[in-house]
Design a protein around this ligand. Structure first.
Ligand code: ATP
Length: 273
């Protein structure tokens, strides 16, 4: 795995949030839809699987991996797809989606219906760590996905997911701590958490929650031969949280430049013809 290559690809995707790379009328496009607890993200790649456009919206329509607001989720996906179609001057037809590992068939079905309800044909349904690993390309180690609601772990051995766990501590808990500490609303705390110039001030306040995440990881990898931890998910954008996790678990931690976009990119990479 070459982190410079991964960071470059993620950087290209990041720049496609604001700008759009032109595509030919006849080229095949690869679309990934990530329905998360905190964000819905839609990624479009061109025929060479390079990012050309990306759109996202903060949304609370999925909880613990389940779609809790079907109509709201479908409306947001349709809106994001419409925006991307307008930006690209092309109709989007097919998409890949992902669900948390261990999601039952019925719940996979609901994710699929949301995306189909928005007018896309679903070509593949992946589990999230497999999607993330399409970008990371690791054979052995643990991918830790810290999103809005949960800390999810997927242990890989020889490129295959052999163990998964998901526990209810995520970015929302960090926001609640900031909200209480600074006596500000949840929304204000969400904004504060993402301010680059306040990161050094925030870390000591939320350290206990990060240590809780580290203890979840440590408990699940105990007794296993884990040589590295790979962080993905929006919460891992927090500056220096990898240092806290490395110190508390004693295992080397790797984090791409923008962990938030790893899984959405990996989903799109798996969109078939
Ligand atoms: P889940 O994986 O739990 O279903 P999700 O897929 O919506 O949720 P992500 O999109 O990976 O999760 O991450 C969302 C979380 O990441 C939110 O709590 C959000 O506040 C947090 N987040 C996003 N950007 C940043 C940032 N720059 N710094 C800190 N936290 C961030």
């Amino acid at each position: 795995m070459d982190f410079a290559v991964i960071d470059q690809k993620i950087g290209e995707l990041e720049s496609c949030i604001e700008s759009t790379i032109p595509v030919r009328v006849d080229e095949q496009l690869h679309v990934g839809v990530d329905l998360g607890t905190a964000y819905i993200v839609v990624v479009v790649l061109n025929e060479e699987k390079s990012p050309v456009a990306c759109a996202m919206e903060f949304a609370q329509v999925v909880k613990d991996g389940l779609v809790v607001d079907y109509t709201g989720a479908t409306r947001i996906v349709r809106k994001l797809v419409g925006q991307l179609e307008e930006r690209l001057g092309r109709k989007l037809e097919k998409a890949a989606i992902a669900v948390p590992p261990g999601t039952g068939e019925k719940d996979c079905g609901t994710h699929r219906y949301v995306v189909e309800g928005a007018g896309l044909e679903v070509t593949s349904v992946l589990d999230e760590p497999t999607a993330a690993n399409a970008v990371l390309g690791i054979d052995n180690g643990v991918i830790v996905d810290i999103g809005g609601g949960t800390t999810g772990l997927s242990i890989l051995e020889n490129g295959k997911v052999t163990y998964v766990a998901d526990e209810a501590t995520g970015g929302t808990h960090l926001t609640l701590v900031l909200s209480g500490n600074y006596r500000i609303s949840f929304e204000e705390a969400e904004d504060l958490k993402k301010q680059q110039d306040r990161q050094d001030e925030i870390l000591p306040v939320v350290r206990p929650v990060i240590q809780k995440m580290a203890s979840i990881i440590a408990r699940h990898i105990k007794g296993r031969d884990i040589s590295a931890i790979y962080l993905v998910g929006g919460t891992c954008c927090l500056k220096d949280m990898e240092k806290v996790i490395e110190k508390d678990t004693g295992v080397p931690v790797f984090k791409p430049a923008n962990p938030f976009l790893v899984t959405p990119l990996g989903i799109a990479l798996n969109c078939g013809a």
